[in-house]
Write a protein that binds this ligand. Structure first.
Ligand code: GLN
Length: 414
């Protein structure tokens, strides 16, 4: 309700669309972690070093006064590099002049896509566990999220479940592969099922592939747009945040057939004008990194993943070992807290390690037994986090913790 307070001062409560929305637990846990000087394995901050060529090219662009707007769809040279990369790594042939839009992160691409291609009241099917921004950004765009729960440990998608989840008003489906938070990577059979249902029900397929280069045990990444003639009804989204450890740069892009890409570019222009110009030069240089860079990234992450999963298991959790992305969901029902927030708060306050409560990734209560941990951290930080996790001893919802003052200045305590 809009109006005046008793004292006569105008107040403007938030729009009706925002009712029930709050800042995500991913962010809340970062603030709490900072407040307590804990190690933040909650938000997927990714504070690993940015490759030198990427940073240097951005600095050079600033020095060269590359400070003005670019086209709303981004620099042509960058779109050409993206098109080459899409052909090489994703098996997607895209036209740099009309089918690539450089965006303000993958989030900017998603926001532009849902606003450009869907109407208020349209349904959008989201698989849970989900990345909450897929849900809430859709809600802010006036869409109605519909849900389909995938069960651990495989999070398998069946055609039958998919058909049952699509409602008469569903107009789009979101596929996040590798998935945040589960690390699931959709295989060909699953994506073929998506394609059959999408064709039959005339659905748009929005795929978020921001973790495409972070995958384990040689599990191949498949872009949904390459499966079952999905391209004409697909928007393929990626960000460079994770690939080049530049989460704060906000650089990403969308690939789509020209009529869709044109609409996305229009909204991108209206919301953001363009992605940051000098940083576009930085990521352009990153596209020239050799395959060994990506292979090294994969093996580094695999080592971090295994180290963290071992520590989680030693602390009485059951990690659901991910196939891709840099998060691990762990079942904490043994700890006996009853709620994920309770478990996350105890581990933060008494163990000195921040995680994200699993409830942030589900509508119902399924997430109450889960915590999500991010392992995109320097080895020394992971090591210290593992040491703290191993000695954290909760029993029946009570904690015997020893997160001491001296820990607060250790690695990662920021
Ligand atoms: N994608 C990251 C995560 O899931 C960061 C999210 C965010 O800060 N909005 O933690």
């Amino acid at each position: 309700m809009r109006g005046r307070t008793a004292a006569g001062t105008a107040f403007f409560p938030a729009a009706n669309r925002l009712r029930g929305l709050a800042q995500s637990d991913i962010r809340r846990m970062s603030r709490e972690s900072d407040r307590l000087g804990a190690i933040n394995l909650g938000q997927g901050i990714c504070d690993l070093p940015t490759p030198t060529v990427v940073a240097e090219a951005a600095k050079a662009a600033i020095d060269a006064d590359e400070s003005t707007y670019t086209y709303p769809e981004g620099h042509l040279a960058l779109r050409q590099a993206i098109a080459e990369k899409a052909a090489r790594d994703n098996g997607l042939t895209v036209v740099p002049e009309g089918e690539v839009v450089v965006t303000v992160g993958a989030t900017g691409a998603y926001t532009a896509a849902v606003n450009a291609l869907l109407d208020p009241g349209d349904g959008i099917l989201i698989m849970e566990p989900y990345y909450g921004y897929h849900v809430n950004a859709a809600v802010v765009a006036g869409l109605e999220p519909h849900f389909l729960t995938l069960a651990p440990p495989e999070f398998t998608l069946t055609e039958e479940a998919l058909r049952a989840a699509v409602r008469p008003t569903t107009r789009a489906i979101v596929v996040c592969t590798p998935s945040n938070p589960s690390g699931k990577m959709f295989d060909r059979a699953e994506l073929e099922a998506v394609a059959r249902v999408a064709h039959e029900r005339d659905l748009l397929v929005i795929s978020d592939e921001i973790y495409e280069y972070i995958r384990y045990d040689d599990c191949p990444h498949l872009s949904p747009a390459t499966v079952g003639d999905l391209w004409p009804r697909s928007v393929t989204i990626t960000g460079l945040s994770k690939t080049f450890s530049i989460t704060g740069w906000r650089l990403g892009y969308a690939l789509a057939p020209e009529p869709l890409a044109r609409a996305i570019a229009l909204v991108n222009d209206l919301y953001y004008v363009c992605a940051p110009n000098p940083l576009q030069h930085g990521v352009l240089a990153g596209f020239a990194l050799p395959p060994s860079y990506f292979a090294g990234m994969r093996s580094d992450y695999q080592r971090k993943r295994d180290r963290l999963c071992d520590a989680l298991a030693a602390a009485g959790m059951s990690p659901i070992v991910p196939t891709g992305a840099y998060y691990v969901l762990a079942d904490v029902s043994q700890w006996g807290f009853g709620t994920a927030r309770g478990a996350a708060t105890a581990l933060l306050e008494h163990g000195g390690v921040a995680s994200v409560p699993g409830s942030a990734f589900y509508q119902g209560t399924t997430g109450e037994n889960l915590l999500r941990f991010c392992f995109a951290k320097e080895d020394a930080v992971i090591e210290e986090a593992c040491r703290r996790i191993r000695r954290f001893r909760p029993r029946g919802g009570l904690v015997v913790g020893d997160f001491v003052e001296a820990d607060r200045s250790g690695p990662g305590a920021r």
